[in-house]
Design a protein around this ligand. Structure first.
Ligand code: HEC
Length: 185
């Protein structure tokens, strides 16, 4: 009996260790989230090159027409935008994505300064082939392309790994985009 307990204990530990290591690996398998903050998808100058011939506005500059068109940030408006970005009845974006540059990475690419960026260039994330192809064919994230993407992620970029339903309500999409324009600076 004693001997049995001794070996069973070992086996249980082994099982626990296997279960733990698999569960740590799961986010990588499912979402491609990188466990160490070292991965670069494209060097800075290559990213610049992808956008150099595109004449993009600086979406974050306070004088840009995009910032100028944002509704006044009253408490109510702020709550609406945050909810649309975070909550379950909105886009649930925050569940997977971070927006500040020093935020810890989650299971999805960081969305810091996403507007004006080519697709598939954030650090510390392993993108699907579908996203890399978009980068190669010149997709740049703008409020307009973002709107198309989140209204139907799988229709806009077939085969991408962002497995969420599209947001049908145009107003909710606008609130999400507003939130990103303000918060991903
Ligand atoms: C269940 C997790 C999850 C949710 C929720 C989610 N995303 Fe994603 N998102 C991902 C993953 C994973 C990718 C990478 C897809 C790939 O590589 O194919 C991604 C990619 C993106 C990209 C492309 C980023 C890049 O660097 O090219 C944008 C933009 C984006 N998501 C915006 C949003 C917005 C806005 C929302 C909310 C409406 C949202 N996502 C909700 C997981 C999620």
């Amino acid at each position: 009996m004693k001997k049995y307990l001794k070996t069973a204990k070992k086996r249980h530990w082994l099982l626990i260790i296997i279960l733990l290591s698999t569960s740590f690996y799961l986010p990588f398998l499912i979402f491609g989230a990188y466990p160490f903050a070292t991965k670069i998808n494209l060097p800075e100058d290559a990213i610049k090159e992808l956008t150099s011939d595109k004449y993009l506005p600086n979406y974050y500059e306070s004088t840009s027409s995009y910032q100028g068109a944002l509704p006044e940030l009253t408490e109510e408006q702020k709550l609406l935008e945050e909810n649309a970005f975070k909550n379950w009845d909105g886009g649930k974006c925050r569940f997977c994505h971070t927006v500040k540059s020093d935020d810890r990475d989650r299971m999805a690419p960081n969305l810091n300064k996403i507007f004006g960026k080519p697709a598939g260039v954030s650090k510390n994330f392993t993108y699907s082939k579908a996203l890399i192809q978009q980068r190669e064919s010149g997709l740049i994230w703008t409020p307009e392309t973002m709107d198309g993407f989140i209204s139907n992620p799988q229709g806009y970029i077939p085969g991408n790994r962002m497995r969420v339903e599209g947001i049908e309500d145009a107003e909710t999409r606008q609130l999400i985009i507003n939130h990103l324009l303000r918060e991903s600076k």
